[in-house]
Structures are given as C-alpha cells and as structure tokens.
Design a protein around this ligand. Structure first.
Ligand SMILES: [Mg+2]
Length: 200
C-alpha cells in the first residue's frame, strides 16, 4: 500500500524557471545547451554548494557567467527566473485529491527562490512535509535526502512513490526501493502509471 508521495518541485509541481533560464542563455549566446547546463548547474549551482546553502546566488551566477564568457547582471536574471516558475495546475489539483489518502512530501533541490515563490503562491500548506536541499544541507541524487524524507514521513521505501523530471534522481530513488517515476508532462504514460500506483 502506498502511504506517501514525494514530489520534486521545479519541473514537476511548478514549471522550472531555471531550465528556461538555461535555454535562454544558450539561445542568446549560441552556446550548446549541454555546455550551459554543465557550467551553470554542475559547476556552479551544485559545484559551489549554492543548492545546499553553502554559497549564495551572486557567487554562483557571477562565477557561471564569467566561465561562459558572458556579461549578465545576476539580479536581473533572478527576477526573470522567478517569474518563470509557475504552478502546474493539473498536477497540483491531482495531488490535492491524493492527500486525502496519503502523505504528500516536497523533495526539492532549491535555494531561496522557493521562499520567494511561497510568498507569492502559498503552496507549503499543501504538503505534509517539505524537504529543501538548502535547509537540510544535502541534495538529490544523494541517498541521504531520500532517507531523511522516509524517516520523517515514517514510511518504508516500498510504501512510497517519488516523481521527478530528472532521470538521475529517479534512478537514485529506485535504487533504494522507492517506486520512482520520471515525469515531464501531465499526459505521459509514466504519469498514468504513477496515478494508478498512487491509488492502490
Ligand atoms: Mg526538477
């Protein structure tokens, strides 16, 4: 029996403003998207520890822009990225129904952005538990963040469903026995599988 659902935030619960930002930079400067992903996400957002609260956004973004050889104002991008995080209404409505029967947990690699979005959208009230990488000092796809969530929810891996738009995180959750789904769009087959499993 499924007792809990863990949801990624960017790309699952909300549209991911950071991915749109990466695409915008790649397009503006004609840099291959994979290179922008590597520099901004791997080298700086994760590499500096920004995502686990060990560096700030100014350090991460100014460093990334410098390495990419571009001149951009990180403050201006901060505002634009925030605007690009928008609710995925269909999924949110579905999760509200699920909450009648199971615990709902947010499991997100996020920075202060999430607190600014909370001010605007007030979504934390829709979760029984919210685990944010900057607040717990550890991030996906590391096992520790999944184990922390399982312990706090008091559920076993096999009683849990996890949904993420990043296949690496899905693999990590699967590896510890959680029913994990890679879902990008609402109508995908994986979403249908997730829905049928969640209602078991
Ligand atoms: Mg995501």
């Amino acid at each position: 029996m499924i007792k809990a659902v863990m949801l990624d935030f960017g790309g699952v619960y909300f549209n991911d403003g950071y991915h749109r930002f990466i695409s915008a930079i790649a397009e503006k400067y004609s840099i291959p998207r994979e290179k922008v992903v590597k520099v901004i996400l791997d080298d700086f957002v994760y590499g500096t520890g920004f995502v686990i609260g060990k560096a700030n956004e100014e350090e991460a973004l100014t460093g990334a822009f410098k390495k990419l050889g571009i001149k951009e104002d990180w403050r201006k991008w901060h505002k634009t990225i925030l605007k690009w995080y928008t609710p995925k209404k269909k999924l949110i409505d579905f999760v509200r129904v699920l909450r009648n029967d199971m615990k709902i947990c947010m499991l997100s690699d996020q920075t202060d952005y999430i607190m600014e979005l909370e001010e605007k959208y007030r979504f934390f009230k829709d979760f029984d538990l919210s685990i944010i990488s900057t607040q717990v000092g550890t991030a996906k796809p590391g096992r520790k963040i999944f184990k922390t969530a399982l312990n706090l929810l008091k559920v076993k891996p096999e009683e849990t469903v996890f949904v993420d738009d990043n296949p690496v995180n899905v693999e990590a959750a699967s590896g510890i026995g959680i029913h994990a789904f890679h879902i990008r769009d609402f109508e995908s087959n994986n979403f249908k599988k997730f829905k049928s499993l969640a209602f078991l």
